[in-house]
Design a protein around this ligand. Structure first.
Ligand SMILES: C[S@@+](CC[C@H](N)C(=O)[O-])C[C@H]1O[C@@H](n2cnc3c(N)ncnc32)[C@H](O)[C@@H]1O
Length: 231
């Protein structure tokens, strides 16, 4: 596979510290939490995700487990590949990086989906995958926890993340939390490691949902094939 460039421009390095991590280092770091990267539903959030060098590798690892377990059953593969995708989160200051990151993750998910599910692929599921990525990979400032505008300046809108969980059969429950609340829950729970340092590569990986203790903003209960209808 083609190596991603580590630097886009000297100006971006100077202004935003934008130097992407090379594949070898990404894999070595992910191997430190190997078991978690291979658990389909373990949640990862990268607070300065760039174009997604870490997140794409996490998705690839999870999808290879989904393939191993469910390749004989397209419907189970589909459902679990959505679960894997929905567990990956990123925050990034620069809008073009956010778009690149969403596109890279989608391409990986879509390629694997089409190769396993072949004639059983469904456009609605693909729309749901794109919808999840539009919610999970956010253009924002991981230090102020606010969304940013096209000039990377803070807006008045807080970063919001959706917690996705299959609650029965094909039904996904989506709960929206502010990033600030998630950080609070994270720091008061010893199940979760969290940080608001933007230069930490992987912020947290949880075994469990943020928990019901946190106050969420909104809740939706929807078939995983029509998540996009909720907005
Ligand atoms: C050193 S690069 C690392 C990118 C990616 N984690 C990787 O390893 O390839 C840091 C990234 O963080 C972004 N960034 C800088 N400050 C940020 C902040 N306060 N909030 C979110 N992202 C930020 C930059 O635009 C850049 O893409």
């Amino acid at each position: 596979m083609k190596q991603q460039k580590q630097i886009k421009s000297k100006q971006r390095v100077a202004c935003h510290g934008e130097v992407f991590t090379a594949e070898r280092e990404v894999n070595a770091m992910l191997d430190l939490v190997k078991q978690e990267t291979e658990r389909i539903d373990s949640r990862f959030l990268e607070p300065a995700c760039g174009t997604g060098n870490f997140l794409v590798k996490i998705l690839e690892r999870k999808l290879s487990v989904v393939k191993k377990k469910y390749r004989k059953s397209p419907l189970d593969y589909e459902r679990n590949s959505i679960l894997a995708l929905s567990s990956i989160y990123g925050v990034e200051l620069l809008n073009d990086n956010v778009e690149d990151c969403q596109k890279r993750l989608y391409k990986i998910w879509e390629k694997a989906y089409k190769s396993i599910c072949k004639t059983e692929t469904n456009e609605d599921v693909q729309k749901s995958a794109r919808f999840i990525l539009s919610k999970n990979i956010v253009c924002g400032n991981a230090l102020s926890l606010m969304q940013v505008d096209e000039n990377a300046k803070d807006t008045e809108t807080p970063i919001v993340f959706s917690e996705w969980a299959f609650i029965r059969g094909n039904i996904i429950q989506r709960k929206d939390y502010t990033f600030e609340d998630l950080m609070r829950i994270g720091s008061s729970s010893n199940k979760t490691e969290s940080t608001n340092e933007a230069n930490e590569q992987i912020s947290f990986s949880t075994e469990n949902p943020p928990s019901d203790e946190g106050k969420f903003l909104k809740q939706y209960t929807t078939d995983y094939r029509s998540l996009w209808k909720d907005e």
